[in-house]
Design a protein around this ligand. Structure first.
Ligand code: IMP
Ligand code: MG
Length: 176
């Protein structure tokens, strides 16, 4: 049985915030920016942010990385592996790294170090959601959609055991 979901961020709130985020980010972008979306959780956010930036006239090169930090369930393992690496060489380029949630910070820290190790000239980071109360390593995102409390959230690409990615809003699992 799928647990009940309570809406935390509506479709309209997310749409409006992504348009604003693009306005914040656009002036910081160079001509040849490489936008890297972390899969799978950020695929919806990455797609919307990409098009919001394009509406502002930005041209982007797109790439994707698949990392895994969570097994199943709601507790982080702390161990992160690269399951699919970039297919475009980031050497000398400005990278905009996009993820769904900044939680302990391990994933974004590891991914940005990885991009720098591969030669990226600059790594800007953008997350849809930030849970500052959960931070375990010193990592901040350059651009944040929404700061949220310490709740386990799903929807807008984000899953609980592969469920709920398809929801068009962000909700949280209600204790039932
Ligand atoms: P971190 O490495 O602990 O910062 O975790 C970041 C990753 O954990 C995110 O990219 C998400 O995929 C996942 N994650 C963190 N919090 C949640 C949540 O509330 N729901 C679902 N996935 C989460
Ligand atoms: Mg993720």
């Amino acid at each position: 049985m799928r647990p009940p979901i309570e809406i935390l961020l509506s479709e309209e709130m997310i749409r409006a915030r992504i348009a604003q985020l693009a306005e914040e980010i656009a002036p910081r972008l160079r001509e040849d920016v490489l936008l890297v979306t972390l899969m799978n959780g950020a695929f919806v956010f990455g797609a919307d942010l990409t098009r919001a930036l394009a509406r502002l006239g930005k041209s982007l090169t797109l790439d994707f990385m698949v990392l895994s930090s969570y097994g199943s369930g709601t507790v982080t393992s702390g161990r992160i592996t690269t399951r699919m690496d970039l297919s475009i060489d980031p050497t000398g380029r400005q990278v905009l790294l996009v993820d769904d949630i900044l939680d302990s910070g391990n994933t974004l820290l590891m991914a940005s170090n990885h991009l720098r190790d591969k030669g990226a000239a600059e790594v800007l980071t953008c997350v849809l959601l930030d849970k500052p109360a959960r931070r375990r390593v010193p990592m901040q995102a350059d651009f944040i959609g929404f700061e949220i409390p310490n709740l386990f959230v799903v929807g807008f690409g984000i899953d609980y055991d592969q469920m709920f990615r398809e929801l068009p809003f962000v909700g949280h699992l209600r204790a039932s």
